[in-house]
Design a protein around this ligand. Structure first.
Ligand code: CDP
Length: 234
């Protein structure tokens, strides 16, 4: 099918922005990685497993995962007030939920694994870039994982489904209005670990969104694997 859609940056409807991934970017962390979709850059650093304090929060049956997402003040055009917000708390929580299904933390009772995710430059898709970086950082830290997690936001430009929206695309108000569909899945499977929806989409189009997400996640997985191999082969 010919792609007649005109995107602001000239990409095809199913085309991701150029991706960059690098593992081992924070030497003092137990594991770390950066992941970028175009101008959106996320850094993730993993600390732990280490004994959880206060003690009453410890779980003798398993370790726990604690993610902290933060959009840095000068990562956006209008300086963002430093510190936590409702938005950062929500994204931290859903990042944990997106990653937990691939982790086996039973080997680490009473401990916590902290994942710090910093967005150093934001142009939409920060939560998904953060999940991709965190997944790599956890693997780099040697945490037992049954798979990598790949994440992308699929959206709608009027009636067209598009992959990996920029901020300008997210803000597009024409036609049916903006729609943003962040997803995460276990690589090479049909197991989605996160599906969010901001906006509106007819239910019969959701299968197109899933198809676009599957294709994008296959490409993201290749970039993640290459980044991990680069540190293993050093
Ligand atoms: O970043 P993501 O698409 O996962 O989440 P969002 O809440 O839909 O935010 C979309 C974009 O809005 C961010 O990536 C930033 O580029 C921008 N934003 C901003 O400029 N200032 C904020 N305080 C929050 C978000």
């Amino acid at each position: 099918m010919a792609d007649k859609l005109k995107r602001i940056d000239g990409r095809k409807s199913n085309e991701l922005r150029p991706m960059t991934a690098k593992v081992g970017v924070v030497p003092n962390a137990d594991g770390s990685a950066m992941f970028a979709f175009g101008n959106t850059i996320a850094i993730a650093a993993v600390y732990g497993p280490r004994l959880l304090h206060p003690q009453h929060m410890q779980n003798p049956a398993t370790g726990i995962l604690r993610c902290n997402y933060d959009l840095l003040s000068f990562s956006v055009n209008d300086r963002k007030k430093p510190g936590p917000s409702r938005r950062s708390q929500e994204i931290s929580k859903m990042t944990e939920w997106a990653l937990l299904p691939v982790l086996d933390l039973k080997e680490f009772p009473n401990t916590v694994i902290d994942v710090q995710i910093y967005i150093i430059q934001a142009d939409a898709g920060t939560r998904t870039a953060g999940i991709n970086a965190a997944s790599l950082a956890l693997a780099h830290a040697g945490i037992p994982m049954k798979n990598l997690v790949c994440s992308v936001a699929i959206g709608k430009q009027d009636k067209d489904i598009v992959t990996d929206l920029t901020k300008a695309e997210e803000d597009f108000e024409g036609g049916e209005g903006p729609t943003d569909f962040p997803l995460a899945k276990e690589a090479n499977t049909n197991e989605f670990t996160l599906i969010q929806l901001d906006g509106k989409i007819p239910p019969e189009r959701v299968k197109d969104v899933i198809e676009f997400a599957n294709q994008a996640c296959d490409e993201i997985y290749e970039v993640q694997k290459k980044a991990l191999k680069e540190v293993v082969e050093q």
